[in-house]
Write a new protein. Sequence first.
Length: 258
Amino acid sequence: MELWSKVAFSLGTGAILWVLHRWIGKYPPPLPESRDRGRELREVLLLWLVAVAVPVLRIYVIAPWLERALSDRTLRELVNVPLLSLPYLALPLYVCVRQHRWTAKDLGLVWRVRSRSVAVFAVAFGVLSGSVPILTGQAVMGFDPLPAGEFLLLVYTNSFLEEFYHRGVIQSKLERALGQGRAVLWGGVLFGLTHVAFDVSRLMATQGLVAVLLTVLLQSMAGWFFGIVYMKTRSLWPGIACHYSVNWLSAILAGLLR
């Protein structure tokens, strides 16, 4: 995405965030304040460092190994299921359920949403964002048609695990330690830094510092959007549906239209 496009996209995304924040749905009562806020923040830092390390390992170690070992893309994505489940599912479940006695409701693993208007807005935004790139030619994850099995696996590896980890766990911990507003703010920033950390050197070399800062801002805005959706609905599923549509609907449509 060109620099001017990032600026325009940032302004548009900011307007959508403001509308979602101010006029769609209501914020629920805050989660109970933690008795040990310092521990919550230390665990957030640990989980964030894991979230930074895992993509680096995937890009530079796991992905090249899988490409040499398996020629089929769907099989490679299938192998990613247990590999990603260990850091993104097993670790936070141990921390939250075993150590803090959280329930499925505490983690957002409920179908009932507190705000239907926010859920509908999130899904509609995801479908629109995933469809528009067909006209503009600038998809988030590209237009390459993938096997149906891989699209199905990506619901889990690309959408569910990210929302569970960043919203259900990290943002919920931040809310218990810092309150609602700062939980969304810092949860989004951590989400943005996670997605840019392994790409800083390339962006600096090709587009410069301004591009790095704009990329961090855009990724953080995505985190704020999903964070507000999660907080107002108290359910992971609207954010998962939106996240998946934004990333992969363009590729699905491109495959269907060929």
